[in-house]
Design a protein around this ligand. Sequence first.
Ligand code: MLZ
Length: 269
Amino acid sequence: TYLPFDWDEYLRETKSIAAPYECFKQAVTFPQNEFKIGMKLEALDPRNVTSTCIATVVYIQGLRLRLRLDGSDNKNDFWRLVDSSEIHTIGYCEKSGGMLQPPLGFRMNASSWPMFLLKTLNGAEMAPSKIFQREPPGPRTNLFQIGQKLEAVDKKNPQLICCATVGNIKQDQIYVTFDGWRGAFDYWCRYDSRDIFPCGWCAKTGHPLQPPGQKNAAGNNRFKGRTLTVVNTSDIQSPEADTSAPPPPPITVYVYKTCTGGPLVDVTQ
Ligand code: MLZ
């Protein structure tokens, strides 16, 4: 069973405050996530944002969609919120005078793109326009203050949303530092980034939240959850399992410090 992280207790324990909701470019009333795995839509290629490509929803987590560009490999999946301004219904690009492009690293010859496009869209389940949500307006200025707590996407492991602190502020940018990870995952982003959320967002939208890491000596052990990733699923997967499917999402498991995890989990992370 999933034990939600107790922000109130953590804020008390760390004598810190949560960044207020007005700081974030996030919806106040949560939209529904009516997307389904397999649906196709148009998305900007994150590695080449001047290109609009066809993407398929390969996984759904709370209000986030895990997307894979058609014609690309499965190593460059990315995540978007259902109210992202970077996703649209199929046909949107052409209606606005644009042309669908092959993704960066298209795995076939460029000349086969028109045929590939026809085939990938033929009989596909296209995400209907009514399930796309309008992007929230967001604040007009940077309202964050140093020391405030938040929830933030770990850009190196973008399936994870983790406990974080505003470590610094410079004009329109904030420095996101991840609690208990000694700076290894920290980054600068704009105050209106869609990758940062108010404390409690994950719990309210049905997304797992990674608790603080254990890589700093100070603090209370009670909060030091460990993220265990299943490293070998061959024993537990049926032989007919689809090996091209995305890996299962990491699961946060609270364990005693002496627990070794057994052969299927990697506790070194
Ligand atoms: N165990 C993995 C993921 C760490 C995630 C940290 N998030 C702030 C690692 O050590 O790379």
